[in-house]
Design a protein around this ligand. Sequence first.
Ligand code: ATR
Length: 301
Amino acid sequence: MRKAYSAWRSSSDRKNVSIPPMSDPFDFERPRRYAVMGHPISHSKSPVIHSQFAQQCGIRLDYTAVQVDPGGFAQAVEHFRAAGGGGLNVTVPFKVEAFKLASRLSDRAEQAGAVNTLKFNDQELYGDNTDGVGLLRDLESNLGVNLKGKSILILGAGGAVRGILAPLCDAPKRLVIANRTVSRAQDLSEQFSRLSGITIEACGFDALSDQHFDVVLNATAASLEGQVPPIPEDIFRPGALAYDLMYADQPTPFMIWSRDHGASQVVDGLGMLVEQAAESFYLWHGQRPRTGPVIQALRCP
Ligand code: ATR
């Protein structure tokens, strides 16, 4: 039906015919299927975000959240493709598995060692990682932060940091990764210093005393446990930004702590979530949605 309809749409008969995209009586095409897979997934805002993007762009879309049991990811992806899926977002804990499953990778997915976006192209399974560009767009475009010449501290050295490191290496004055397990911070600093050509420092939290930063990004899972990484109380430079990659309806423990300890601007990861989704949307549909109205709608439902 897709083929027949496309042929009709492109025939010379319709030269002078205006075709509304959604309500055309000859529009028998079924919306292409997309989904986010993770475990757990019930809290995901991705279906709402993608349906708002689709509405903006006049695209018919079927986007759902699919909970996948650990061990069942590869099979779930294959079933989704067989059922006519166009692409997938991938979240915790399957990003590394998605990386291994992809038959072709973008440079940024290759660097991150993790995939958050899959696209089905005929026989190919293309893997991309839009987390880093999502964070960068939120920082630079939405929050107006210029990272050039800034001292940046990243807390954590897990999968979330792998995804965001490469774009942060673009000429900061100083880039430090601090983690509870110092060896994980060192591994990341070695790998990404080699890739980017800048020197990334690595340390434990106790080595941060008497150090001050313009931007502090919390990429640890500490907020999930209601905790804040043990960092010095005077970590923020005047005018500093505290950014938690997590988002929740209430401010996270890191956001509350940062506000109490002198950060000028305190932000959660909702903007990053919407921006990484917009980049996935662009990869799948070739259209760039406006993110501002969607961020605003999610903040004040
Ligand atoms: P993700 O994919 O979300 O990054 P991860 O790879 O399990 O998940 O990494 C979690 C990160 O949060 C790690 O940096 C972890 O520190 P360790 O490498 O020492 O395990 C950090 N983390 C988790 N709980 C923490 C806590 N209570 N305080 C500080 N750091 C914590």
